[in-house]
Ligand binder design. Structure first.
Ligand code: HEC
Length: 105
């Protein structure tokens, strides 16, 4: 709870232009993602990529690409609905969260 309050506080302090992701805030937003990408960021089946430990910058670029339609190959259609309602801050937080996970755990 303290971590969540701290995360909310940091986001509030930094204002709307805050671009860096917050892993604690991302964790709170990742519940739906785990149904495909796993509770620990390791995909539950072969078509679902592992996100655990991946670079946040890369993950954020992919999320934005799903949202703006520039990434549409493979099974991307499954991601389009997932990112539709996410803000830039949500995507940055999710990217920071998955980077923070250790695939070995
Ligand atoms: C219904 C299943 C499903 C859900 C739920 C889902 N994803 Fe995905 N996700 C996929 C699939 C399938 C791909 C691979 C797309 C492709 O083939 O290009 C993917 C790819 C990605 C990628 C790109 C990974 C890479 O290595 O390039 C990211 C990042 C990602 N998802 C994040 C998320 C986040 C964050 C959420 C929650 C908001 C989420 N996904 C929810 C199915 C899902």
């Amino acid at each position: 709870m303290k971590k969540i309050l701290l995360a909310v506080g940091l986001v509030a302090l930094s204002g709307p232009s805050f671009a860096a992701g917050d892993a604690a805030a991302g964790k709170a937003k990742a519940a739906i993602c785990s149904s495909c990408h796993g509770a620990n960021g390791v995909g539950i089946a072969g078509i679902f990529p592992n996100l655990s430990g991946q670079k946040a910058e890369y993950l954020l670029i992919q999320l934005k690409a799903f949202k703006d339609g520039s990434r549409s190959s493979g099974n991307s259609a499954q991601m389009v609905g997932m990112v539709a309602a996410l803000s830039d801050q949500d995507m940055a937080d999710l990217a920071a969260y998955y980077e923070s996970l250790d695939a070995a755990k």
